[in-house]
Design a protein around this ligand. Structure first.
Ligand SMILES: [Zn+2]
Length: 707
């Protein structure tokens, strides 16, 4: 393996805890813990499964109560007041607890308490305040995560607004024998009222972490627990800090303090769709014969949801290149007749493996094949429609009570293929020098039975499922590629659970290094490890309320080639250009006007009033996911390749980059050539493509009641 894999070690699980172990958090409640901190933190952590939260008094701490916990939290108020409340023996108990592996999370006053440099401080972290004048006042300030911060807190790009209330402004304390702290976020703005010193706050650590003995210490200067949208930082902090705990759960220990939001119903089913007869493969144009064996089986899986009011939705995911409109249209009336499902309640998607079977696509799309080959492809596609309907039926029949939880992690094996030449990508990744835009989030939706066992896990990633290329020995063998390996790894680890994959806005995203089978396995393991990080953290529960909305947006096609141009291109040396021009000329000759618009599906599902899943059709570029995460919040999930894959969907940026003259030899495909490959009757989409997609998404999202 190349050195690049050493770099990915940063993506290893943060914790070895199993989902079944409950993380126990003690929140200090005593002198010095004033205001909303304690009730707020208890409410936040109480809404999380697999986590117990309890208040502890100074007396209980002194009596050794912390040994029943993994993490102790000190919230806002007064650091010196908390120290005084704890007393000498209590302070020693806290230090001993952390030294032995316990976690410590401080917010504002709790962070002052953890600092070095005060006679009353615990000295748990090698940081000290920069000025004795601390009454800086209250304000909403800006902070920005560091890379290390994003590993712990998830993908939070850009400057974040956070409530600040006279928290510590710190620098290194230089205490010998105590490891240096790591900044997880920096302040990017300042508040300096009451004659406190100016110019020391911007670029000083707003969130910082360190080790004390075997334990982990994490300090917030501002107040994420009281900032809308940043509440999850508290959960993530507790999870990270608790990962070093070696507490042995006591027999008959107190049950979870989880607030019971009630149950969903969830059902799963699967069908093996590995072709059993000779069949051509879909994805790469360079193949010259049908598949000759398999590396892995290909699966079609269905996951059905029903909320407390009986509203349902079903996602069908598959180890296939793409589900196109022709297949979608075949299934919709049958799903409606048999199960009463409307189009908004059905999401058909494929992992975009380029090592799956060729499927029927558009009229004339199989003209390159001879009759027996074509009829085998048509038969397989018809069987697939049957399998989608039948598997959906079994998933609905399997509906049973479950809790749903949402989370998000990151893994970094996707690279923007337009901005990083393939031959240099591995080296650029090693140097951390890959050029964007990239979207590395791993959305995770987990379904647990009433017994707490994982029944299903739906996860996503935005990367072309094309690790296997013509360079691989497996080029003519069925394989789920990285997405198939990730699902298999999760199902191996959770044998009672079904793992399902959806692909994100991967139009311009490729695996960093490609070609070898072991790379596909490696990426699958990386993705599964990211999902495990979410599963092993205390999950955010979703109340059983489901909203579904869908719309067919009408996109405009851009410039049409003239007949003279088409005649010239019909003699082009590139086969797909020849085929495209010849087909369009035939259409013109038959008097059929060329289509000027194209139907485009957008869909939004909202789970529990909290978790939004936006699904776009086609192969959208990463710009779309980044845009909708900015607009609807960083926790938003954006799937691509949903319900129809007619073509790549460029952002306006990519569309313009792909207009001649091209400034990069890597440009021109997603925004232009792809329309010829996929047979659309235009040179490119019209300039309003991004506006129309965005407007459609805003409409379906607002239909789900999401702000
Ligand atoms: Zn593609």
């Amino acid at each position: 393996m190349t050195v690049w894999f050493a770099w990915t070690a940063a993506a290893e699980p943060l914790t070895n805890r199993q989902a079944a172990d409950r993380l126990a958090v003690a929140v200090y409640d005593g002198p010095g813990s004033a205001g909303k901190g304690v009730p707020r933190v208890r409410a936040l952590l109480g809404a999380v499964t697999n986590l117990t939260v309890a208040r502890v008094s100074p007396k209980e701490i002194e009596d050794g109560a912390l040994k029943r916990f993994d993490v102790v939290m000190f919230t806002g108020g007064s650091g010196s007041g908390q120290a005084k409340g704890l007393g000498t023996a209590g302070r020693e108990s806290v230090k001993e607890f952390v030294e032995r592996g316990g976690g410590y999370v401080g917010i504002c006053a709790g962070s002052y308490l953890a600092c070095s440099g005060f006679s009353w401080g615990l000295g748990l972290i090698n940081a000290k305040t920069l000025s004795p004048l601390w009454k800086r006042g209250t304000a909403t300030v800006k902070m920005e995560m560091t890379d290390r911060g994003r590993e712990i807190f998830g993908p939070l790009p850009g400057e974040l607004d956070c409530l600040y209330y006279q928290g510590p402004i710190v620098g290194p304390a230089g205490v010998e024998g105590l490891p240096e702290f790591e900044p997880l976020a920096y302040f990017r703005s300042e508040v300096a009222k009451n004659n406190t010193p100016k110019g020391i706050m911007v670029n000083s650590p707003a969130v910082f972490a360190g080790r004390f003995g075997k334990g982990r210490v994490l300090c917030f200067s501002p107040h994420p627990e009281q900032t809308k949208g940043l509440e999850s930082l508290v959960t993530s902090a507790v999870t990270w800090a608790g990962a070093s705990s070696s507490r042995q759960p006591e027999a008959g220990a107190q049950e979870s303090a989880v607030t019971d939001d009630g149950f969903w119903k969830v059902g799963v089913a699967r069908s093996n769709i590995t072709p059993t007869n000779s069949l051509w493969m879909g994805g790469y144009a360079g193949r010259t014969r049908p598949a000759d064996g398999k590396i892995t089986d290909l699966w079609l899986k269905a996951l059905a949801f029903e909320d407390a009011a009986g509203h349902r939705a079903v996602i069908v995911s598959s180890d296939l290149l793409a589900i196109r409109a022709s297949l979608h249209r075949r299934c919709l009336p049958r799903l409606k007749d048999k199960f009463g499902l409307e189009p908004s309640q059905i999401l058909l998607t494929a992992s975009h493996t380029h090592s799956g079977p060729m499927l029927v696509n558009r009229p004339g799309g199989l003209s390159a094949f001879d009759e027996p080959e074509r009829s085998r492809i048509e038969q397989y596609s018809a069987g697939l429609a049957d399998a989608i309907v039948e598997t959906t039926g079994r998933a609905l029949a399997d509906l049973a009570p479950a809790r749903l939880a949402a989370g998000q992690a990151e893994t970094g094996f996707a690279a923007n293929r337009r901005n990083n030449a393939e031959s240099k990508r591995g080296e650029l990744a090693e140097r951390g020098a890959l050029a964007g835009p990239m979207e590395h989030s791993v959305p995770v939706l987990a379904a647990y039975g009433p017994d707490g066992r994982l029944r299903a896990v739906l996860f996503g990633y935005a990367c072309h499922n094309t690790t296997l290329t013509s360079a691989s020995d497996a080029f003519y063998k069925w394989c789920g590629d990285y997405a198939g390996y990730a699902q298999a790894a999760l199902e191996k680890r959770h044998p009672q659970a079904t793992a399902l994959f959806f692909i994100g806005c991967a139009g311009d995203q490729d695996p960093v290094v490609r070609g070898r089978l072991e790379l596909a396995q490696c990426y699958g393991d990386m993705l599964a490890a990211a999902v495990e990080r979410v599963l092993s953290a205390p999950p955010i529960l979703l109340p059983p309320a489901l909203k579904t909305a869908m719309e067919m947006v009408t996109l405009n096609l851009g410039e049409v080639p003239t007949e003279a141009e088409l005649k010239r291109l019909a003699g082009d040396q590139t086969p797909y250009v020849r085929r495209w021009a010849t087909n369009l000329l035939a259409d013109l000759k038959s008097g059929k006007p060329l289509e000027r618009t194209w139907p485009y599906p957008v869909q939004a599902w909202q789970f529990g009033g909290r978790q939004l899943l936006i699904t776009l059709g086609g192969e959208p570029v990463a710009d779309y996911a980044l845009k909708f995460k900015r607009e609807f919040g960083p926790q938003t999930w954006v799937a691509g390749y949903g319900n129809d894959v007619m073509c790549y969907i460029p952002s306006l940026r990519v569309l313009n980059e792909d207009k001649p003259p091209l400034a990069s030899p890597l440009w021109g495909y997603e925004g232009c050539q792809a329309l010829k490959v996929l047979g659309l009757p235009a040179l490119r989409w019209a300039d309003d493509v991004e506006d129309l997609v965005t407007a459609g998404v805003r409409r379906v999202v607002s239909e789900t009641g999401t702000q």
